[in-house]
Design a protein around this ligand. Structure first.
Ligand code: P1T
Length: 380
């Protein structure tokens, strides 16, 4: 089955009870048993719920995995991966990360004795310098949030395999429409399903997808033991969102290209970050491992003018100033004060997340309206 069919049918069958084409929302905490242990596959809704199960099968299908797990948020999904580790274990991660992931690493798990090496992965061979016998996990976000750097998934997978460490990819920005990390050698794919998978800014959810049975069993054990599951209503909404992922992504990519090109030619804009530019430092890897360049664009104002950036985000009308991304509607964010406020200013600036940076999640509205909105907000 091809991807555009999998989003609609992958892992899905009409419901066994009445043949409903969409799975019912099983809004229940528990399931009747005829005798202790005598149930129809579900006993308690933290351990499993048929609506969540339908979503988990869809997730596994679209990422070319075997097992899917749905969580209450993207961070809950990352939290579950980190619980595979023990004090003293080490993680090598991209330095350029969603601020909440950085906070989870440095403010929670560091206190439990996990050691994090946050490194620039432009050259994946540099990863090997940090590998030792305690290394258990390589964590990659690609494209990164908000700098839109691209990390070589295949190259990283080779290093992970050589040293026998788990390799996880946060595929939130790309989605499986653009890249399928398990096919490129990753062990775990993670999503903030809050974003493109849900696609309509109406839920908060996380997802993990793996191929390996033993790893799936360990992650399921953590999901059930720690309990950060998603509810059935949200599972239903995510399933509905996934069914249009391919058509939405196509338009996100087209509109983002138009926005990036408009900004790159604007005299009041300093830098535009979008992996589709041939002069983007990782453009060649992006071309190799992604089908298109995604719906996210970041930029800075001329002379790193903070006041000008704030004026722009306040003046935009169709782009709503808000956290998050990946919904059908366009959003604008100010990473330094919003999504990346938990990264210390000095660290942020080293990564390029300056105070005049604006991050756009380009939606699927009419391209002309989006460009007009930017024009009226930025001026000429
Ligand atoms: O918000 P949550 O569903 O818990 O997902 C966390 C997360 C993980 N990984 C990436 C790449 C993300 O972008 C996020 C969440 N990001 C935002 C809320 C944001 O506006 O960037």
């Amino acid at each position: 089955m091809k991807f555009n069919t999998k989003t609609i049918h992958g892992g899905q069958e009409p419901d066994a009870a009445y043949g409903s084409v969409m799975p019912p929302i099983y809004q229940t905490s528990t399931f009747a048993q005829s005798t202790p242990g005598g149930h129809k596959g579900f006993e308690y809704a933290r351990s499993g719920n048929p609506t969540r199960h339908a979503l988990e099968k869809s997730l596994a299908s679209i990422e070319n995995g075997t097992y899917g797990l749905a969580f209450g948020s993207g961070l809950a999904a990352i939290d579950a991966i980190l619980k595979l580790l023990k004090p003293g274990d080490e993680v090598i991660s991209t330095s350029d990360l969603y601020g909440g992931t950085y906070r989870l690493f440095t403010k929670i798990f560091e206190d439990f004795g996990i050691v994090f090496h946050l490194v620039n992965m432009d050259n994946v061979e540099a990863i090997e310098d940090y590998i030792n016998t305690n290394t258990k996990l390589i964590w990659v976000e690609t494209p990164t949030n908000p700098m839109l750097n691209i990390i070589d998934i295949k190259g990283t997978a080779k290093i992970a395999k050589k040293h026998n460490v788990w390799f996880a990819v946060d595929n939130t920005f790309a989605t499986p429409y653009l890249q399928q990390p398990l096919d490129l050698g990753a062990d775990i794919v993670m999503h903030s399903a809050t974003k493109y998978l849900g696609g309509h800014s109406d839920l908060v959810m996380g997802a993990l997808i793996v191929k390996d049975k033993d790893l799936a069993g360990r992650l399921y054990f953590i999901q059930n033991a720690s309990g950060a599951i998603c509810g059935p209503q949200d599972a239903f909404l995510a399933l509905r969102g996934i069914k249009t992922l391919h058509v939405r992504m196509q338009r996100h990519c087209e509109n983002a290209k138009a926005v990036a090109e408009y900004l790159a030619n604007h005299p009041k804009i300093e830098n535009v970050y979008w992996p589709g530019f041939t002069n983007h430092p990782n453009h060649n890897i992006a071309k190799l491992q992604m089908k298109d360049f995604g719906g996210m664009v970041s930029f800075t104002t001329k002379g790193n003018n903070y006041e000008e950036a704030i004026k722009i985000v306040e003046t935009l009308k169709i782009f709503t100033l808000a956290e998050s991304l990946g919904g059908v509607e366009s959003l604008a964010g100010h990473p330094a004060s919003m999504t990346h406020a938990s990264v210390p200013k000095e660290e942020r600036e080293k990564l390029g997340i300056v105070d005049s940076m604006i991050r756009l999640s380009v939606g699927i509205e009419d391209e002309d309206d989006l460009l007009s909105d930017l024009k009226q907000a930025i001026g000429s």
